[in-house]
Design a protein around this ligand. Structure first.
Ligand SMILES: [Zn+2]
Length: 618
């Protein structure tokens, strides 16, 4: 191979050399005696990249690695036979480390490009094969990821991290295809596992009112898994900094969409008021791991600007109030916050496919999180064709239209229409409740200790509500009664919180069972409180009636239902372990413990409990 001219270097599109770099290379071409110095400089740049990398300044590291790799490649194209190959090992390492820096920033497509750049010069570079595998794993291209990781393992057998990655990718591939996720260890004790995305039997269709939505193509059973979706971006900020977590999320989104064609396309389909709301229907393949989705080569998609990204995250993200414990977002927290305790952190995140779920005040889906993976399950048996919905708002308020303002729609679901009819007949109870609550909230934050007076206030309220339900001009079924009670659910809850010790255990069981039933009527499985109450109820029934009783067996079925909606299928043994591990230390658990059994109370209440448990709970 002879010597190539600088002109031919310039013609190579992959190099994209900067003007000053070209000048330098031209100089070097005329002064080959400076090659040694140049190689030394190249190595210095690579090390400077490493320094930035170690300080977690990935952006600067990427910039330096790229310059190093560009110049190294440029040099290899112009240099003589004598010097050829001297820059190559440096370029391979710069590309490979650059891939790692992109991995740290979750910019999977860029990480893949850099890893492939390194592999084009050194096909057997183990680290680059590993990083290629991790990038493909991030892109949820599990089959290709496995090929890269297995090639790395062949070159360096028994390498711990590669073996771990292979196992993880194999399991993720299985998850993405079958929808089977083994979460037993996670629920009992461990950190969230890596979960792949999974798309069950659904389709995206346009709807008359909400633009587009997700619909079932097959019937689903209660608790069945419909979708698993990982957050595509996180926004974190210390508490007290107004909206900073949203702004951080918006920046993360623009970065993501700039680095990836697939994400750029996904961003087109988020709701945003800045662009047209003509609700284009995205192809489902865009969200399916390993699908053969490919961008239309004729239409170039621009990533959103920061203003649009802010609008997108404001409308589509879930914040701490919806996603609960920020500790679940471990890998985002570690770097973004250093030593700030999770309790002092505002966190919000964006999910792509779930953003297409429309709102209902009686949602067909329950949402639970395993780390960043959002699990969406059916809250009841659903026939094919059912629209999948979640509740966007805390839905015990009668004025829910105020809450849906942000999304610019008025909900006209079954429950909203029902509320309109019932509203005038319960207005005095609503007023009473609002007076009690404002008085109560004015006294916060005081310890929520059992308090006889407060217990009586809430008991009176609930008595009043129950009277109103009895005397409504229209006849309500059990579900509709639950809807009315749900408006006052915090009252039902606080009555339990303030319940004094001398109240009989059976009355307490009644109270908890009633509250659980209220949740079942509206948002079964969507809130952790369901699970705590279910566990608490079972404990109470066990203490009162014993494990072999009919009451215990019926309650267990009810409890299993609530767990099933939230967490999916589980056997009896697991249910026992879960109740013990998760809820034995819960604040509600001692609720039943201290009370001695009252024979009189037992007879009085057994009838009520049995009849209610048969009528409504089961
Ligand atoms: Zn509604």
């Amino acid at each position: 191979m002879g010597r190539e001219s600088v002109a031919s270097v310039l013609a190579a599109p992959s190099l994209q050399l900067m003007a000053d770099e070209i000048r330098y290379l031209k100089h070097l071409e005329k002064n080959p005696q400076e090659t040694g110095t140049f190689i030394g400089e190249l190595e210095k740049w690579r090390l400077a990249g490493n320094r930035h990398f170690n300080k977690k300044d990935f952006e600067s590291a990427i910039h330096i690695y790229k310059r190093c790799a560009r110049l190294g490649r440029g040099f290899e194209s112009i240099t003589t036979e004598e010097f050829r190959g001297r820059a190559t090992p440096i370029v391979i390492m710069a590309d490979s480390n650059c891939a790692q820096a992109y991995l740290e920033r979750r910019q999977w497509e860029s990480a893949l490009q850099s890893a492939e750049g390194a592999l084009s010069l050194g096909p057997q570079h183990v680290k680059s094969l590993f990083r290629k595998g991790k990038a493909l794993q991030g892109l949820q291209e599990f089959k290709k990821a496995l090929a890269a990781l297995e090639a790395a393992l062949e070159l360096r057998p028994y390498d711990d991290s590669t073996m771990a990655a292979v196992a993880e990718v194999k399991s993720a591939y299985h998850q993405s295809v079958t929808g089977e996720f083994d979460l037993y260890n996670y629920y009992l004790e461990n950190l969230p596992p890596f979960c792949s995305d999974y798309v069950g039997s659904v389709e995206i269709k346009s709807t008359a009112t909400a633009g587009r939505g997700l619909f079932l193509t097959e019937s689903m059973k209660l608790g069945q898994l419909v979708i698993v979706s990982n957050a595509i971006a996180l926004g974190l900020a210390a508490r007290g900094k107004f909206n900073e977590h949203l702004i951080n999320l918006a920046f993360a989104c623009t970065r993501l969409a700039t680095s990836s064609v697939r994400y750029a396309h996904q961003f087109r389909y988020f709701h945003s008021r800045l662009k047209n709301q003509n609700a284009r229907v995205p192809p489902l393949e865009l969200y399916i791991p390993g699908s053969d989705w490919a961008p239309d080569p004729h239409s170039k998609v621009e990533p959103p600007g920061i203003e649009e990204a802010l609008e997108i995250v404001r409308i589509n993200s879930f914040d701490s109030s919806r996603i609960g414990n920020p500790e679940a977002f471990l890998d985002g927290l570690k770097d973004a916050l250093g030593h700030t305790p999770p309790a002092q952190v505002n966190v919000c995140a964006l999910w792509a496919l779930p953003s297409l779920l429309n709102h209902s005040c009686l949602p067909t889906c329950a949402v639970s999180l395993v780390g960043k993976a959002m699990f969406i399950r059916a809250t009841r048996d659903l026939p094919a064709g059912t629209e999948l919905t979640i509740s966007y708002v805390v839905s015990d308020s009668l004025d829910r239209e105020q809450l849906t303002k942000a999304w610019n729609f008025a909900c006209r679901c079954e429950r909203c229409l029902f509320d309109e009819i019932v509203k005038p007949h319960i207005s005095d109870a609503v007023q009473m409740f609002s007076d009690i609550m404002s008085d109560f909230e004015a006294r916060l934050p005081r310890a929520l200790e059992p308090d006889k007076l407060k217990y009586e206030i809430f008991s009176r309220l609930i008595h009043h509500v129950e009277q109103r339900i009895q005397n409504l001009p229209c006849k309500l079924d059990d579900r509709q009664k639950g809807w009315v009670r749900f408006i006052f659910q915090r009252g039902y809850m606080l009555r339990i919180v303030f319940c004094p010790q001398e109240v009989s255990r059976l009355e307490k069981i009644e109270m908890v069972a009633q509250l659980l039933n209220i949740y079942k009527a509206v948002e079964a499985g969507t809130c952790g409180l369901n699970l705590q109450l279910a566990a608490c109820l079972l404990k109470g029934v066990e203490l009162e009636y014993g494990r072999s009783s009919h009451e215990y067996q019926s309650t267990r079925k009810v409890v299993a239902m609530h767990f099933h909606v939230a967490l999916g299928e589980m056997d009896d043994d697991f249910l026992d372990k879960l109740l013990k591990a998760k809820f034995s230390s819960d604040s509600l658990a001692p609720f039943f413990n201290e009370i001695s059994r009252s024979e009189k109370g037992y007879q009085q209440h057994t009838f009520i409990w049995q009849s209610r448990s048969q009528q409504s709970l089961l």
